[in-house]
Design a protein around this ligand. Structure first.
Ligand SMILES: Cc1cc2nc3c(=O)[nH]c(=O)nc-3n(C[C@H](O)[C@H](O)[C@H](O)COP(=O)(O)O)c2cc1C
Length: 199
C-alpha cells in the first residue's frame, strides 16, 4: 500500500480511471475505501447510505451486462463528447464493455422516504467522492458511473435492494492497468466559475 498523499495532490490528480487490472484487491484496501465513505457529511447526519461491495464474479458479470446494455444505448447520445474529448469518449466506451471485469464493484446506495431529490443525492455523493479520493491515495483506480440507472430495477432485483433504497453510483475498483496513471486533471479555471458577491 502506498504512503498517504497530500489531500490537494489527491484532488488535483484524481482522474477517472477506467482501465483496470483484473487482479484482486486486498480486503483491507476495500475496507479503507468504505471507511472513507463513512466519513462524509449527510443531511442531519442521517448517514442513510449503504455500500454493496460486489466481488462475486457471476454478479459482477451480470452487473457488467446491465451496464453494457445501458451504456450502449447511451453512447449514441454522447457524440458531442466524442467530438470534444475523444480520449474520454474512448475510455467510457471501453468501460461499457469491461465494467464487469473489474475485480470489485462498489454500488453506493441511499435510503429515502419515498422519492428522491437533488438534496437526497447530496447525502450520498460526498461519500462517493471520499471513495474516489481514498482510492487515489492508495493508487487504486476507480470512476463514478451512473449508466446503470437506466436499468435501476434490474440492478435492485439482482442484488436484493429494498424499495426505499436508490442506487447512486456504481464504481469499478482495481489496480491501474499497465500504462495508465493518475495525473493532472482538466477543469474550468477559478476565474471562469467564481462570482464575487453576486452572479
Ligand atoms: C454524475 C456523474 C455521472 C457519471 N457517469 C459516468 C458513467 O456512467 N460512465 C463513465 O464512464 N463515466 C461517468 N462519469 C465520469 C465522468 O465522465 C468523469 O468524472 C469526468 O469526465 C471527469 O473525468 P476526469 O476526472 O478524468 O477529468 C460520471 C461522472 C459524474 C460526476
Amino acid at each position: 500500500m502506498s504512503a498517504d498523499i497530500d489531500l490537494f495532490e489527491a484532488m488535483n490528480t484524481q482522474r477517472a480511471i477506467r482501465y483496470l487490472k483484473p487482479d484482486p484487491v486486498p480486503d483491507e484496501m476495500i475496507t479503507r475505501l468504505i471507511d472513507a465513505a463513512t466519513r462524509a457529511p449527510s443531511g442531519t447526519n442521517q448517514q442513510r447510505w449503504s455500500f454493496i461491495v460486489v466481488r462475486d464474479s457471476e454478479l459482477r458479470g451480470k452487473l457488467g451486462d446491465i451496464y453494457q446494455k445501458a451504456g450502449r444505448a447511451a453512447i449514441p447520445r454522447l457524440q458531442y463528447v466524442e467530438a470534444e474529448n475523444k480520449r474520454l469518449f474512448n475510455s467510457a466506451v471501453y468501460l461499457v464493455d469491461h465494467l464487469g471485469e473489474a475485480p470489485v464493484l462498489i454500488l453506493a446506495c441511499i435510503e429515502h422516504g419515498g422519492s428522491t431529490t437533488l438534496t437526497t443525492g447530496a447525502s450520498i455523493y460526498p461519500a462517493v467522492q471520499n471513495i474516489l479520493l481514498a482510492a487515489r491515495a492508495m493508487d487504486l483506480g476507480s470512476v463514478l458511473t451512473t449508466f446503470h440507472k437506466a436499468y435501476e430495477d434490474e440492478v435492485k432485483n439482482l442484488l436484493g435492494i429494498p424499495d426505499n433504497v436508490e442506487t447512486a453510483a456504481l464504481l469499478p475498483v482495481g489496480f491501474l492497468a499497465e500504462g495508465v496513471s493518475y495525473g493532472p486533471i482538466k477543469r474550468r479555471s477559478v476565474d471562469e466559475v467564481l462570482h464575487l458577491d453576486r452572479w
